[in-house]
Design a protein around this ligand. Structure first.
Ligand SMILES: [Zn+2]
Ligand SMILES: [Zn+2]
Length: 315
């Protein structure tokens, strides 16, 4: 081939090569509330009453759906007590992420054994969907708890749930286009340990961290973890201390939103921009749920958002 023609030939070859579409992965937020949801059972606070009157102000327990749109696979992050309604949200979704039949999902990922994060597993068992071999990805300690305590042990014995033990700090694949790494976080570990998930799609990486006692108790710096992700969904249970009039916050420790804002304000990332930060696991007592605007304005001014049910994140 004459040298003058080589570039032309090369460009023709490139044009003739069929382009393989890049894999598409999306996350959909299915819940933003603390374990008990909003309204909380039997709570007569103004916020819960408002949510009873107007469904627009209701919130499900924090959960995320992961959709591999290329391979048509769907995973759930957390199995909350609101999973019935959350599956309805997915069923009504234009992307049609659920399969027909008893096992509509390709798996569930669990962070820990507090009720808002795993009690929804009951709906995959014999009395409800009766799923077949639904993969449940969780740590060894949580898997052992599920295996040895009813009613979960029955669902495992009957083959509705298939426990998949994950090793912390070691990335594992969910299908062909998603990789997940569990990070241990300090939390009230009565029945299991607790993890956060770093979820890596073809384009972006997401941090799912609904529960942690305090940022300072973590064996890593929040800022270092944030520097490695594009979007972070973070524990925002309480806005400030003293929010629970009848319960000291030390019994249910979480970083307050005020503490998180102060940390982030002091953080000057060396390379790249700060990730998009979305607040989740919001308690019914948290003024960020309205109706007041002061706290919402403070958070907005810091460039941070409260997540919303239905929010789509391209990964
Ligand atoms: Zn929780
Ligand atoms: Zn309430």
């Amino acid at each position: 081939v004459p040298t003058a023609l080589a570039p032309l030939l090369a460009s023709l070859i490139v044009a003739a090569t069929p382009t393989i579409p890049a894999p598409r992965v999306e996350a959909i937020v299915l819940g933003i509330a603390q374990d008990a949801g909003v309204p909380q059972a039997n709570c007569r606070c103004a916020r819960c009453d408002r949510a009873r009157r107007n469904p627009r102000h209701r919130h499900f327990a924090s959960s995320l759906a992961l959709l591999d749109l290329t391979d048509r696979k769907t995973w759930l992050v957390e199995a909350t007590p609101d999973v019935r309604e959350q599956l309805d949200l997915l069923a009504a979704h234009p992307l049609q992420p659920l399969r027909e039949g008893r096992t509509p999902l390709d798996g569930v990922l669990l962070t820990h054994a507090h009720v808002g994060h795993y009690a929804g597993l009951i709906h995959f068992g014999r009395e409800a969907m009766g799923s077949r071999g639904l993969p449940v990805h969780c740590t060894d300690r949580l898997a052992s708890f599920l295996e040895t305590n009813g009613p979960w042990s029955l669902a495992v014995e009957l083959g509705h749930l298939a426990l998949r033990r994950i090793e912390v700090e070691r990335p594992f694949p969910l299908g062909a286009h998603v990789t997940v790494t569990a990070l241990t976080v300090p939390h009230r570990d009565e029945l299991s340990d607790t993890v956060a998930f770093v979820i890596r799609g073809p384009r972006r990486t997401l941090l799912w961290l609904p529960d942690i006692d305090k940022w300072e108790k973590w064996d890593r710096r929040l800022e270092d973890v944030l520097a490695g992700v594009d979007v972070a969904l973070l524990d925002a249970t309480f806005y400030s201390g003293g929010e629970l009039p009848d319960r000291p916050l030390r019994d249910v420790p979480h970083p307050t939103v005020e503490e998180t804002l102060a940390r982030l304000a002091a953080w000057k990332p060396e390379v790249g921009a700060r990730p998009r930060i979305l607040l989740i696991h919001v308690n019914h007592s948290n003024p960020l749920l309205g109706p007041g605007r002061r706290e919402a304005r403070v958070v907005e001014a810091a460039g941070i958002e409260v997540a919303t049910e239905g929010l789509r994140l391209d990964l």
